[in-house]
Ligand binder design. Structure first.
Ligand SMILES: Nc1ncnc2c1ncn2[C@@H]1O[C@H](COP(=O)(O)OP(=O)(O)O)[C@@H](O)[C@H]1O
Ligand SMILES: [Mg+2]
Length: 488
């Protein structure tokens, strides 16, 4: 438990954006103070289901690096300034099978950081004995004649939960408490169930639970899914989806590293609102080119291989959730740029191996479910977009030179054939060019950027030298699978 010390990481950029998120988090801290007064007035011990009550548990949801932990850190500081105690815990992927792992640190800190609390516990040997099941060091505090309690495993669980509840009630008797549970996607199932129990039982007490979660990494059977749905129905939990930062916020975030405008623009495009990616790209640029000069400056990543390790690791971690076949399909699709049509990837895959249309669809579904791709459109004209521009570069880099050459040739053949067919049809009917149709129907940045870059190129003006545009200049297929010369 931390009532004065530093919260979270020490090396930080100043917070940018997030005004409305912080406001919502501030509101969350108001609830139990009001609730505590009401509880004292009514002397109520259990609160009935009340659809009007304000949840005292919030889960911040979003992709890795989007700023969930940072918001939890900011909220913790704010809580401390208001005189709250703060208890933090974090789940790790490697520890997700250890029962109650998420709570052990919190319980330990509740007991050890508050001498008053320890004294109080001495008066409750039964409570100590039950908590000792999770915190063995408490056996030392038990009177010698205290014998172990024999119970069925269900009773044991109930007694443990009740003991933990009592401990929390003791802790918040004098100071309101913020409990932060970072990276809930890796929490074990008993920890998740205990969270739901505590949130329900401590409703209207001066306590707030703040979780962070990469929803996309919650496996379909993760216990948190049904629990959160149930708690939402009970009005005991609320979720806040953390959106990408705006371009202006990313500019401010990396303004401390004096970078030329075209590099800043490149970073903005590549990071797509993710502050972690933006920080890492800016840092790697500043290390690679310490003396910044507008004329000699290189783009944010001169070569694909210069993708910072931290970013590559985050992208690999995301890809590792997918089957090998799906990873291979996405690697092949990276040849086509940030987005591609179903018909195009299907033709490439069918030529490529024994995979039939259904298999390609299944693999695309797998990528959609994992959030690596998003889809847009209907019927035969479905467009798939990669979740992150950097992922496209990363996957492309993962292909061997021979494979790249082969896939480029295959894509070029398919496109040539497809345009020949369309032109033959165009003689009979007038259609807008496929590229125009696409740029009207898609919101994908890389397509729009491709059109913009191509326009600048045709006017002989300089453009941002991003990896993809550089790459497609060579092979004459624009990101999105269109020959660059077809763009307006
Ligand atoms: N709004 C923001 N302003 C400034 N820096 C931010 C902001 N959001 C995140 N960051 C920084 O980006 C990095 C990743 O954020 P983090 O909170 O760890 O992401 P997540 O927990 O969602 O994976 C951290 O260095 C953090 O300080
Ligand atoms: Mg985090």
């Amino acid at each position: 438990m931390n009532s004065k010390g530093n919260i979270g990481r020490s090396h930080r950029n100043p917070l940018v954006g997030r005004t409305s998120e912080l406001e919502m988090l501030r509101q969350l801290l108001f609830v139990p103070q009001r609730g505590a007064k009401a509880r004292l007035q009514r002397n109520a011990s259990a609160i009935p289901l009340d659809t009007l009550r304000k949840p005292q548990c919030m889960v911040l949801i979003g992709e890795a690096g989007i700023g969930k932990t940072r918001l939890a850190e900011e909220t913790s500081r704010e809580a401390q300034q208001r005189g709250w105690a703060v208890a933090w815990s974090r789940s790790y992927a490697q520890e997700s099978t250890i029962p109650y792992r998420l709570w052990i640190e919190i319980l330990r800190s509740l007991i050890s950081n508050d001498p008053w609390q320890k004294q109080e516990l001495h008066k409750h040997p039964l409570l100590l004995a039950r908590l000792a099941a999770l915190l063995p060091e408490l056996y030392m505090l038990l009177p010698d004649d205290e014998s172990p309690i024999r119970q069925s495993s269900e009773q044991e669980q109930q007694s443990l939960w009740e003991a933990i509840l009592e401990l929390f009630k003791l802790s918040i008797e004098r100071t309101p408490l913020l409990v932060v549970l970072d990276d809930l996607q890796w929490a074990d199932s008993s920890s998740c169930e205990l969270l739901a129990y505590l949130v329900r039982r401590l409703s209207n007490f001066p306590i707030v639970f703040l979780g962070t979660c990469r929803e996309i990494e919650l496996v379909p059977k993760h216990p948190l899914r049904p629990l959160m749905a149930h708690m939402q129905r009970e009005h005991t939990i609320t979720t806040l989806q953390i959106q990408p930062l705006t371009d202006a916020a990313i500019n401010t975030l990396i303004a401390g590293i004096q970078l030329p405008e075209h590099v800043v623009q490149d970073i903005r495009e590549q990071a797509a609102g993710n502050p972690f990616f933006a920080e890492e790209l800016a840092y790697s640029y500043s290390v690679a080119s310490p003396s910044t000069n507008e004329h000699t400056a290189q783009p944010a990543r001169k070569k694909s291989s210069s993708l910072p390790h931290s970013i590559a690791a985050a992208l690999d971690q995301r890809m590792s959730k997918l089957s090998r076949d799906c990873q291979q399909l996405l690697g092949n699709a990276a040849i086509l740029g940030g987005s591609f049509e179903f018909s195009l990837i299907r033709s490439m895959e069918i030529n490529n191996s024994a995979s039939d249309e259904d298999t390609v669809l299944d693999l695309l579904d797998e990528a959609l479910q994992s959030g690596v791709l998003t889809e847009e459109g209907r019927g035969a004209r479905v467009n798939y977009h990669f979740w992150q521009p950097l992922l496209v570069s990363h996957l492309y880099d993962g292909l061997s030179a021979t494979r790249r050459a082969l896939l480029h040739r295959r894509a070029a053949d398919i496109l040539r054939q497809s345009y020949a067919n369309r032109e033959a049809e165009g003689g009979r009917h007038h259609h807008p060019s496929p590229c125009c149709r696409r740029s009207r129907t898609t919101t994908n940045r890389s397509l729009c950027n491709n059109s913009r870059r191509s326009r600048l190129r045709s006017l002989g003006l300089p453009r941002s030298r991003t990896l993809l545009s550089h790459r497609y200049r060579k092979c004459s297929i624009g990101p999105g699978g269109l020959p660059a010369h077809h763009c307006p």
